[in-house]
Design a protein around this ligand. Structure first.
Ligand SMILES: Nc1ncnc2c1ncn2[C@@H]1O[C@H](COP(=O)(O)OP(=O)(O)OP(=O)(O)O)[C@@H](O)[C@H]1O
Ligand SMILES: [Mg+2]
Length: 248
């Protein structure tokens, strides 16, 4: 379901970017040409007569440019073109910078290990998890700092998003330990982890705040030794609130 949704979003994002982007660029250029012609009047009286048209054309050009910017931004959100072009590390660096700027939350990104050449679906799922986790931080955490870590080792890749906010709400008695409070965000992160054959954990960090940790196994570069059980060692405090869970 998530994979189908991702494919549709990718198609839609490309269409939005390419088709509408090109149309709006063409309209903007046309408006610019007409405006320049209208502004290049010979006499003073002609110039005075054209002034309102020139002003309208200038405004129309600005609206077109703003719409173009928004279409590009939306298409980037729907499908991070930056992922295809620059890979997960650059995409997350870009996103965390944007996030820090927009929300005024001190956001650190710590990449570690060889993050180039991850399978495209793994990169997309991890990128989406970063987006959803940070959206949650902005909406729910009241945090002043967030740390995003992405660590690749021989066995897999681990993503951590840890904020220093108020942490997840306590479980209500009607919800079981694996349910967590409502919302699709956490559920879809867990589903994404499962689709990658990985595991997902979310709960209160050792010093408060919410910690989201996703571990994804990746084929080792070489060698038969795949027996180890790597991944995050989350504090035991972390096991409850949001239904920490091992999806394997
Ligand atoms: N970083 C966080 N800090 C504190 N609480 C959080 C954080 N992230 C999530 N939560 C809590 O967990 C709940 C579930 O999160 P989830 O992302 O699943 O849903 P949502 O953000 O409420 O809605 P949706 O993501 O579907 O738009 C949130 O409503 C919030 O109470
Ligand atoms: Mg959410």
């Amino acid at each position: 379901m998530l994979t189908m949704q991702e494919t549709l979003q990718t198609e839609f994002a490309r269409e939005l970017h390419d088709e509408f982007g090109q149309i709006l660029t063409a309209v903007g250029m046309m408006l610019g040409r007409v405006r320049r012609k209208a502004a290049a009047s010979k006499s003073e009286s002609e110039e005075a007569a054209m002034a309102p048209f020139v002003a309208d054309l200038e405004e129309a050009q600005q609206i077109t440019q703003r719409t173009l910017d928004r279409v590009r931004k939306k298409s980037r959100l729907l499908h991070p073109v930056i992922l295809d072009d620059f890979g997960l590390q650059q995409a997350v660096a870009w996103y965390t910078d944007e996030f820090a700027r927009q929300h005024g939350i001190d956001t650190r990104f710590e990449p570690d290990g060889e993050l180039a050449g991850l399978p495209p679906d793994v990169a997309t799922h991890l990128y989406r998890i970063v987006q959803e986790s940070l959206t949650n931080v902005a909406r729910h955490a009241e945090a002043s700092q967030v740390l995003v870590r992405l660590v690749r080792d021989a066995d897999g890749v681990e993503l951590t998003v840890a904020d220093d906010g108020k942490g997840p709400p306590p479980l209500t008695p009607v919800r079981g330990p694996n349910e967590g409070p409502g919302g699709i965000g956490i559920t879809s992160m867990r589903e994404r982890a499962a689709l990658m054959g990985g595991r997902f954990e979310a709960g209160r960090g050792p010093r408060g705040g919410l910690h989201v940790v996703v571990w994804v196994p990746l084929a080792p570069p070489a060698g038969p030794d795949m027996a180890s059980e790597p991944g995050s060692e989350l504090s035991s405090e972390l096991s409850s609130e949001l239904g920490s869970d091992r999806t394997q």
